[in-house]
Design a protein around this ligand. Structure first.
Ligand code: HEM
Length: 287
């Protein structure tokens, strides 16, 4: 029986490391994927596969598509495809570092490590802007319904956002709360939030069809730069894409006020295969 990768549905870990890989030219993709199956358990390490290895095998995964380079008034979203994305979940930074090193070694020479980002849970689950993140996430059965397809697969949208803390801190507290549409002090939703407020833009029930996703984002930091590693799982990428289109103003010309203090540096979609008999089930690629 196939089950989803368990790490998708579990609560956020205290620490994480995200690895993004490209595919080496003319490499043995099947051997690379076999190596991947040996190092990924779906729980401590969650895997997402991009388009490159799928098309190198001459296959298609229904629902896996390129991340669209969406542009709205004054905002541009980068599309940065990767062949493979790994989410290492843990509680010890040194253990994560060594796990990442071993995985990198095991996947070479097929998958080449392009990026590695350290992430962490902050203040019980807040974004580094100070706002609680994940409040309106679906839970239990609704989380499974939002994030997992009938065969146990999931799709993930990943975007690394970088915050401009000087701009955030230059705002009055009311202006900041209006950007999000919730009060930072007590997380209450504002009755009179402007249409540009982030939670107005993304209100999941307000889409047709309703656009629920399971957000599993964590703050990241590297030297003096920091922001949010936005990670949203869905049974397709459609709900994320509908939210993103509205955030950049493609529906009504109104841009999400989040962009006043943060912007995405990357954007990619991946297919997260199910687990069968304890191993990533890649049968969709080999049938
Ligand atoms: C730096 C980037 C972002 C930050 C700091 C951020 C922060 C937040 C915060 C503080 C909330 C309110 C609490 C909650 O329900 O979680 C929220 C809600 C939400 N965000 Fe974001 N977010 C970011 C990017 C995104 C993106 C890119 C999307 C999707 C395209 C998104 C989708 C949502 C959704 C669906 C909700 C819940 C809306 C509802 O149904 O009430 N967020 N976000």
């Amino acid at each position: 029986m196939s089950t989803p990768q368990a790490g998708i549905l579990q609560p956020l870990p205290p620490l994480a490391r995200y690895l993004s890989f490209s595919l080496a030219p003319d490499s043995d993709v099947s051997a690379g994927l076999a190596a991947l199956q040996a190092v990924v358990d779906g729980e401590r390490t969650v895997a997402g596969i991009g388009l490159a290895p799928v098309s190198a095998l001459g296959r298609k995964v229904a629902g896996l598509k390129p991340f669209p380079p969406l542009n709205g008034p004054g905002v541009e979203l980068p599309s940065t495809p990767f062949a493979l994305w790994l989410w290492l979940r843990g509680e010890d930074r040194g253990e994560l570092l060594h796990r990442a090193r071993h995985i990198e070694e095991a996947l070479a020479p097929v998958f080449h490590l392009e990026e590695s980002w350290d992430a962490f849970k902050h203040d019980g689950g807040r974004d580094l802007s100070g706002y609680e993140d994940g409040t309106e996430n679906p839970t239990e059965e609704a989380a499974v319904e939002a994030a997992i397809a009938t065969d146990g697969s999931s799709f993930v949208a990943v975007q690394r956002w970088i915050h401009d803390f000087r701009r955030l801190e230059a705002m009055q507290p009311e202006e900041r709360d209006d950007c999000i549409g919730r009060r930072r002090s007590d997380n209450e939703e504002l009755d009179d939030a402007p249409a540009s407020a982030h939670v107005k833009r993304t209100a999941q029930e307000s889409f047709t069809p309703e656009a629920f996703v399971l957000r599993r984002s964590l703050p990241w930091a590297e030297g003096r730069e920091a922001g949010l590693m936005f990670v949203a799982f869905g049974h397709t990428v459609d709900a994320f894409q509908a939210q993103m289109r509205r955030m950049v103003g493609l529906e009504d010309g109104i841009v999400d006020a989040l962009f006043r203090f943060t912007r995405p540096l990357s954007g990619s979609y991946f297919w997260c295969p199910p687990i069968t008999d304890g191993k990533l089930d890649l049968s969709r690629l080999h049938d």
